[in-house]
Design a protein around this ligand. Structure first.
Ligand code: ATP
Ligand code: MG
Ligand code: MG
Length: 370
């Protein structure tokens, strides 16, 4: 009997826990909020796993993994002496900090958008021109779903944006005219097996992921390139566990790495219903050193995020659940989170027998989800 500790109790922990159960893996979630998805889930299942957390329960686990990156590196370091933590604190220290992440990506041989590190007033001088005249200022830490970012087109906008972000350490990135966004996950077990997830195409709206589609419509060779880059980062960063790389695909097919998540990723949710291994099972297997092979849907598969939306009258806009359930090939996943404008509260996966049918069904599904 294996036990997996998960740091964080959000929807990713909920889905990791649900993937662990059929493998006979017990789960302990460390999460202070009793209303968090993974803790609610534990309660409803009458606890084949523990939701109480606590340090003693964690260090008794066979391994500890994480579902969010904003964990103090010191806390991980304290755990690391007592239980295997996968991915390790050293990897997290890179992925949670944009400036360090970009530097470490370049050292691993990947290309990123041009960037300038902004830590003091003087760093602003000439920075926008050096990244190409148009850019996005991003806080180095704590940003997600496009929060902590501002698009800037002039030096005055850059200065105002840095003030708005409270002058915390930032990265100014050059604006990339990408053709599309794609992502790919790679897992590596402690005994050295490497496996890849599918290359997925992603569409964002207002900085938040709206939809993911598999297969991605990319030029020949792009998936192989994504795998090579993912493997290079996994090797250079001594990965144990699973990471997901977000890429900008340029018109010629080249890939820039945007950022790395030290875990399963929203774009990988479609693996739950495509017929293959899911990304959640892949992370559980990788972290516990269980046998692992590449995972990709067996059928064309898409995912549409359900994001809390307020209507013009301030009332929440509800998806048309009856119509969604009535559509062929849909499957709804909810996180049991209270409504808040802009907050991810669930997703709908969609499968189809071929890629054209999938795109057509996705086009019918989209208007049903505000
Ligand atoms: P996530 O929820 O993925 O962690 P985040 O807040 O960390 O989001 P990013 O992934 O850096 O933010 O950016 C969000 C989205 O904004 C990207 O997926 C992309 O659509 C757009 N974007 C970010 N950086 C750039 C860039 N340099 N050029 C063009 N578009 C960009
Ligand atoms: Mg991010
Ligand atoms: Mg991102």
């Amino acid at each position: 009997d294996l036990t997996l500790g998960i740091l964080g109790g959000g929807q990713l922990a909920q889905m990791l826990a649900l993937a662990a159960l059929p493998l006979g893996v017990r789960v302990t979630v460390l999460e202070p909020d009793a209303q968090a998805p993974a803790r609610l889930c534990a309660r409803h299942l009458h606890a084949p796993y523990t939701d109480a957390g606590g340090l003693e329960q964690l260090v008794a686990c066979d391994a500890v993994t994480l579902e969010f990156e904003n964990i103090p590196v010191e806390a991980l370091a304290a755990l690391e002496g007592r239980v295997p933590v996968r991915p390790a604190g050293a990897l997290l220290a890179r992925s949670k900090h944009r400036a360090r992440e970009k530097q470490a990506l370049r050292e691993a041989g990947a290309t990123t958008a041009p960037f300038e590190i902004i830590e003091a007033e003087g760093d602003l001088d000439g920075a926008l021109a050096r990244v190409g005249g148009r850019g996005i200022l991003k806080t180095s830490e704590l940003g997600y779903d496009g929060k902590g970012q501002a698009r800037v087109n002039t030096d005055a906008e850059l200065r105002a944006a840095w003030d708005d972000l409270n002058r915390v350490p930032c990265v100014l990135e050059g604006f990339v005219a990408f053709e599309r966004e794609v992502s790919l996950a790679v897992a590596r077990t402690p005994s050295g097996q490497v496996a890849f997830g599918p290359l997925v195409e992603n569409v964002h709206r207002d900085g938040i992921l709206r939809a993911s589609v598999y297969p991605a419509r990319v030029p020949d060779g792009t998936e192989a390139l994504a795998r090579d880059l993912a493997r290079a980062v996994a090797d250079a960063w001594a990965l144990e566990g699973l990471i997901t790389l977000e890429f900008f695909q340029l018109p010629g097919g080249d890939l820039l790495v945007n950022e790395v998540a030290p875990r399963v990723h929203n774009s990988g949710h479609l693996t739950q219903d495509g017929g293959g291994l899911s990304q959640f099972e892949a992370q559980v297997r990788a972290v516990l050193d269980l046998p692992l092979s590449d995972w990709a849907p067996l059928h064309p598969t898409a995912m549409l995020n359900v994001v809390g939306m307020d209507g013009p009258d301030g009332q929440p806009l509800e998806p048309d659940w009856a119509a969604i359930d009535a559509m062929s090939g849909t499957r709804v996943h909810l996180y049991h989170k209270a409504h808040r404008h802009g907050r991810k509260v669930g997703h709908v996966n969609l499968v189809a027998p071929d890629a054209d049918t999938l795109r057509a069904r996705l086009a019918s599904l989209e208007p049903l989800v505000p």
